[in-house]
Each structure stands twice: as C-alpha cells, then as structure tokens.
Design a protein around this ligand. Structure first.
Ligand code: RIB
Length: 313
C-alpha cells in the first residue's frame, strides 16, 4: 500500500462575514468583519493532512480566473502536490459565501463553478496515482458521477476510501459499499438514512450508524459537533468519543480538519478509536482559529492539546 493521501474534491475561495448573528431570510444585520480565506472541503482536507506531515496530492479543478491561480498557489504553499489541480477554461473558480456568528457557528452558500466540471475523465487521467494511494478522500462538492467513479476505482484497486458526504446528498448502495470510512454530520446522516429529521437525537445515534453500516459503509464516524463523535466499526466497535472543550472562534472546516486528521492517524497505523481521538483534537485546534485552510494545525499543536487533555487539572 502507498503512503500518499490523495484528495479528490473541491477548492473554493471563502468570502467570510462575521456578525453577532446570522441574518434570517429577508433580514439585514450589521456585520463586524469581512475576510477571504482559501477553502473548499477537498482543499481543506488536503491542507489538514499535509500540515500534519503527510504526503498529500489533490485532484481538483479551478477556474481560469485570479481566484484559481491564488487557490492553486495556496495548496502548493501548504506542500500539497497540485500536479492534478487543473484549470477549467472559461469557468469561474468555486466560491463560498460564509457567515460566522458570535457563537462561532456558520452558514455556508457554495457556488461550485469549476468544481462542477471535475469529471470521471479527470480521474482516468490520474489512475496510477489513485490506485497506488494509501487512502483516498472525497466529499460531495463535485459531480456525483465523479464520486461514483472514484468509488469504483477504490473498490477495484482495494484502496481505502474515506467519504465525507457533505453537503448532504443521497448516495446509492453501490457507492456506499465502496466506502471504507463514512464521516457524516447529523444533517448528512438524516439525508443518508432517509429519516428526514436534521437532528439525530442521542438515543438514535447508534441506530443511525447501524443503518449506514447496513447500507454498506464499512466504518461510520458520525460527527456530532460539540457532542463529539460516534464511531461504529466493521470490527464491532461502538463508541461515543467526546469532543475536546476549547474556546471556539470559528467552526468553519472543523469537519474537514477531522477528516484530514483521521486520514493522517490511520496512515500512521492507529486503530480506529485512537485515530478518532486524534482527529477530534485536530478539529478542536482548528475551531480556535478563523478561516478554513488557515486554521489547520501542525502535529506539534495537536500533540500539545492531547497532552493538556491527559494532564489532571
Ligand atoms: O467545510 C467548510 C468548507 O465548505 C468551506 O471552506 C467552504 O468553501 C465550503 O466548501
């Protein structure tokens, strides 16, 4: 098995407004700050894993605009291999409009732009890289046909696939059967299980995870925000792992930090429960900082938080 983490996914420029609260439909609210950050769920996961010291390659598409050039450069500067980050002629780069409130919660509106043109043919061109990866990471901000093609490639090449089913979209059983690690949040879990309710109550968390296992995912890592993670493993592991308490300033990309951290820990040979604990610490550091890719910690910062957790108060 190779040691490279290959991320197939989106890259966006995040336009972030901070305000005391997020406006309701039809409402105008005064904001306090505006900033731009490099984002996109794919790019964020790639940078998270790279900053933790992994060899990471990204397969993505940016527009032939200034944003595209700057997003590619941002990934390169974070030591992500961008040989397969191509430019879509005549298209704009992906953009996300993000509002962050005083409780560090966010709402995100994504315009996919060039991400919507990442096609199965783009994967065909990178087959050797995909087939020799240690693990593949994907999300749902690219066309579903591309995600499904990646599922098939992963299955055939016996390469573990971590799928973050975000933003929430339904997935076929065929695709789910190829997923080694499925990492939904509560909204995505509701969509995938067909329960329709956006809140997975504590009593139904295990039930939801069992349903996703039954649908074909080998391991389910259910992200519950401030309540931590519920992990259900192919080996029978069923465990609620608590979140780490930190002073959050921006929860944007916390889920991406978790996925990058989880991939990194699995590549380092950790078992699933230990890897989830590490990934939670990566996400915890990320929420103490503003922005998406800017918030991803290095290994020393994660180790420091884990040590702090072990030290009796
Ligand atoms: O998961 C956070 C990301 O979602 C942001 O960086 C934004 O670009 C959207 O893709």
């Amino acid at each position: 098995m190779g040691r490279t983490i290959v991320v197939v996914g989106s890259v966006n420029l995040d336009l972030v407004c901070t305000a005391s609260r997020i406006p309701a439909p039809g409402e105008t609210v005064w904001g306090t700050h505006f900033q731009t950050f490099h984002g996109g769920k794919g790019g964020n996961q790639a940078v998270a894993a790279s900053r933790l010291g992994n060899d990471v390659s990204m397969i993505a598409k940016v527009g032939d605009d200034d944003f595209g050039a700057t997003l590619r450069e941002g990934l390169r500067a974070a030591s992500v291999n961008i040989d397969d980050v191509t430019t879509a002629p005549g298209l704009a780069s992906g953009v996300a409009l993000i509002s962050v409130d005083a409780q560090a919660q966010n709402s995100i509106l994504v315009i996919p732009g060039a991400n919507g043109e990442l096609r199965p043919s783009d994967l065909e061109r990178c087959l050797p890289r995909l087939q020799s990866a240690g693990i593949l990471l994907a999300q749902l901000e690219i066309p579903m046909e591309t995600v499904e093609a990646l599922c098939t490639i992963a299955c055939r090449a016996h390469v573990p696939l971590m799928l973050d089913p975000a933003p929430a979209r339904a997935l076929s059983r065929e695709a789910l059967r190829c997923v080694t690690y499925l990492t939904p949040n509560e909204t995505e879990t509701a969509t995938l299980t067909g329960c329709g309710d956006s809140e997975v109550t504590p009593s139904s968390v295990q039930e939801a995870a069992e349903m996703l296992l039954e649908k074909g995912a080998r391991n389910v890592i259910l992200k519950l925000g401030a309540r931590g993670v519920f992990v259900a493993g192919a080996d029978g592991l069923r465990k609620a792992v608590p979140a780490v308490r930190v002073r959050a300033v921006d929860t944007t990309a916390a889920g991406d930090a978790l996925n990058g951290g989880l991939a990194s820990a699995l590549m380092a040979g950790m078992g699933l429960e230990e890897a989830v604990r590490f990934a939670i610490a990566v996400a915890a550091v990320s929420v103490t900082r503003a922005g998406a890719q800017t918030s991803m910690p290095n290994a020393e910062e994660v180790a420091a938080l884990l040590r702090e957790q072990e030290t009796p108060a």
